[in-house]
Design a binder for this molecule. Structure first.
Ligand code: SF4
Ligand code: SF4
Length: 395
């Protein structure tokens, strides 16, 4: 085998062989919070039941009923649903909502979540400043990705993640008609980061995104311009269509059958290997092998946050911009970009695919014509690239 390929494969296999046992140790050290808590599927309710009878018949804690029916302190266990003016159907909906929220709370390790968000804020400043200065060299990129895999994945686990906030919000609302406020705040923070700086959180902070990216970079030559393996850049129309269909299937299954179709194959569980299962193991294996040939396959083909982030990217303040005054049309940036997005940015195509703010295009430009700035993208000189229609559309 070609020695470069051998070296890359060795590095990738070693990486995965380290991640799995280290993640197991990390989960153990954090101590056990359940992965999932049950929400009652069947409830036995009549309007004449008192709160105490309702709790006993359904093995529900009194605290949960207090929350479900907004009972005031001192309101007794002897109150019936009829006295509260609540119908059986409404009572069922309220209890299931309250149980779903309680189940979410019982699975969250708040120490970990707070630490992770604090670390995200502190860590993400580093690549941001380096990108502004155009200084993310190939080696630095690999070190940053490795650090992100260790901090946000191995040390701090599979939850929370940008992907999980969208998926779990849809599943919770679809299956139990409930909203978990802390998750909506986290989702708001992630989308705000996209509005500030492209898919920046995905590039340097998402634990599974950085792992796929790191594997892809390990499969590339040391200058990070091309791969030692065949490299494929699937067309955006294909990746986005599959991604939209995945989101539609996730939403339909949640609303129609209260089922989470991603749960079984969730690749983020590589950081929680005890809960990976056979389907999850196969899914992670396929995605990590695919990452050698295709950049971030999960992000481009399946991730619900990937899709939401792509929509919000249109509002991004900081983004990749081209200076056409100095650009010599060599297209080195487009060839080096691991996806089709740089070509679309360069030629100002009508549809711009996901830009993960990885900065590969910046450091290969021979005339320093590409930058990461809070600026509007300008148009290439007429006749250079793209069609007139696309140009007008973009103006
Ligand atoms: S698009 Fe990729 S990086 Fe972004 S949340 Fe999804 S898996 Fe993570
Ligand atoms: S255009 Fe491509 S190479 Fe440049 S930052 Fe975006 S994803 Fe990376």
């Amino acid at each position: 085998m070609n020695p470069q390929r051998f070296r890359s494969l060795f590095a990738i296999i070693t990486l995965i062989a380290l991640i799995v046992p280290l993640s197991l140790i990390s989960v153990r050290l954090w101590g056990g919070k359940p992965e999932k808590a049950e929400v009652p599927a069947q409830l036995s309710i009549t309007q004449e039941m008192t709160m105490a009878q309702l709790a006993k018949a359904n093995s529900l804690p009194a605290e949960l009923l207090k929350r479900a029916f907004e009972l005031q302190p001192g309101q007794g266990q002897k109150l019936t649903l009829a006295e509260l003016g609540i119908s059986v159907d409404e009572a069922r909906t309220r209890i299931i909502q309250a149980a779903a929220i309680a189940s979410e709370e019982s699975t969250k390790d708040w120490r970990k979540i707070i630490l992770k968000f604090a670390l995200w804020v502190a860590f993400l400043v580093i690549p941001f400043v380096l990108m502004l200065r155009g200084r993310v060299a190939p080696k630095a990129r690999k070190w940053l990705l490795a650090a992100a895999v260790i901090f946000f994945g191995v040390a701090l686990g599979s939850d929370p993640s940008p992907m999980g906030t969208v998926k779990d919000a849809i599943v919770l609302y679809g299956s139990h008609n409930a909203v978990f406020p802390p998750r909506m705040i986290a989702l708001g923070v992630f989308l705000l980061l996209v509005i500030i700086a492209n898919k920046y959180i995905c590039a340097w902070g998402c634990q599974f995104g950085v792992l796929q990216d790191f594997i892809h970079r390990l499969a590339r030559k040391p200058n990070d311009r091309n791969s030692v393996f065949p490299q494929f850049k699937p067309p955006f129309v294909l990746t986005n269509t599959v991604r939209i269909l995945t989101l539609a299937a996730l939403t339909a299954a949640a609303f129609l059958w209260a089922y989470d179709i991603i749960e079984l194959v969730d690749p983020f569980k590589i950081y929680n290997p005890m809960h990976l299962g056979v389907a999850g193991g196969i899914s992670v294996g396929v995605l990590l092998v695919a990452s050698i040939f295709v950049w971030r396959p999960w992000c481009h083909f399946f991730c619900p946050f990937g899709l939401a982030g792509w929509v919000f990217e249109k509002l991004s303040i900081f983004k990749i911009v081209v200076n056409y005054e100095t650009c010599v049309r060599c297209e080195t940036c487009a060839k080096t970009c691991p996806s089709t997005v740089m070509e679309a940015i360069l030629k100002r195509n009508r549809v711009i695919p996901d830009c993960f703010a990885c900065s590969s295009c910046i450091d290969v430009c021979p005339t320093s014509s590409i930058a990461f700035r809070a600026r509007r993208r300008t148009m290439p000189p007429p006749g250079e690239w793209g069609t007139e229609a696309a140009r007008k559309q973009a103006q």
